[in-house]
Design a protein. Structure first.
Length: 319
């Protein structure tokens, strides 16, 4: 599982919109995605129609350590490949309480979820069930964000092309460098330009980013009136208006991110359970108590000292 944090200390740059639509685009390509709404406003939870203002939110219980099974925290959405840990204003209190705790695991609360076991074709960890985990963070660095960075592989920074947003990138970079003290593998993937309008000023801003900074530009999402309309529909932008500039921008961005991550794959069915799909790509992973190793066009599953070619059901002796 690859974990991506969407982060910017400036608000109004389409962090939540990016998380929601990135998850949907990955889902459209056959990936299983876990969303974590790490913002007390709960906008990502609202985007997938799972917001609950009355009860203590699952992400609050996660941060407080008040849970036993992962199934208590994770909710399914209407999309079979997208699950979510939702948030609401109760997260504010949990973050504040955690700052007052004298605990050694203050920054390891979210790690407990990543490696928690759950029932998924037998015992499986969260890490093994999902291909991607996408975390939508608020525009601050509280302990909830620190916990998110502790499990993050890459940070994507959505920005709008204006002077204030571009100046804030240095602060985000400093925070990521500080977070490497407890997560050395953490890296800044780059910036995603959002709500882009092809004016002279914004074109100059993009040129400045390309030529005067070391930030990698991951993609450009064009401004579209359909985005504002879509906030009332609670749908991914591709479902609402697949031909608009924003929908096409996220489609291209996710396609590129998938290729860069080496996550391009086809799906093949596991012969042990006809309803289960496994990766068909270079690499290895544990699925349904099998050790699946793929190399080129061959994909073998090793079990009980023997091996089975996935998709054929033909047993062979292990060499």
């Amino acid at each position: 599982m690859k974990t991506i944090s969407i982060l910017n200390l400036k608000g109004g740059v389409a962090k939540t919109f990016t998380a929601a639509n990135m998850a949907y685009e990955l889902y459209r390509r056959g990936y299983k995605v876990l969303l974590i709404d790490n913002d007390k406003q709960g906008n990502l939870s609202k985007a997938y129609s799972r917001y609950d203002a009355e009860n203590v939110a699952p992400v609050t219980r996660l941060l407080a350590g008040d849970w036993e099974n992962a199934d208590e925290l994770i909710q399914h959405t209407e999309y079979e490949g997208i699950d979510i840990v939702t948030a609401n204003m109760s997260l504010f209190g949990a973050t504040w309480n955690l700052t007052k705790e004298d605990s050694e695991n203050q920054i390891e609360r979210y790690k407990a979820l990543v490696y928690a076991k759950m029932q998924y074709y037998g015992d499986c960890t969260i890490y093994g069930k999902y291909d991607y985990c996408i975390i939508d963070n608020p525009p601050d660095i509280g302990l909830n964000v620190v916990n998110a960075l502790a499990i993050t592989d890459e940070v994507i920074v959505p920005v709008k092309v204006d002077e204030d947003a571009l100046e804030g990138l240095d602060i985000v970079t400093e925070q990521i460098e500080d977070a490497k003290a407890f997560n050395p593998a953490l890296k800044l993937a780059g910036v995603l330009i959002t709500s882009y309008q092809n004016t002279d000023g914004e074109a100059a801003g993009v040129e400045w980013l390309e030529q005067k900074t070391d930030f990698n530009i991951l993609g450009i999402i064009r401004y579209s009136k359909k985005v504002a309309e879509n906030t009332f529909m609670r749908k991914p932008i591709y479902e609402y208006s697949p031909c608009c500039g924003a929908a096409q921008g996220y489609k291209k961005f996710v396609y590129r991110e998938r290729e860069v991550a080496g996550m391009d794959k086809e799906k093949r069915f596991c012969p042990f359970k006809s309803s289960m799909q496994v990766d068909y790509r270079n690499g290895a992973r544990n699925v349904h108590n099998l050790f699946v190793r793929c190399s080129g066009s061959k994909c073998m599953a090793y079990k009980n000292g023997g091996c089975l070619r996935l998709g054929t059901g033909t047993e062979k002796k292990a060499r």
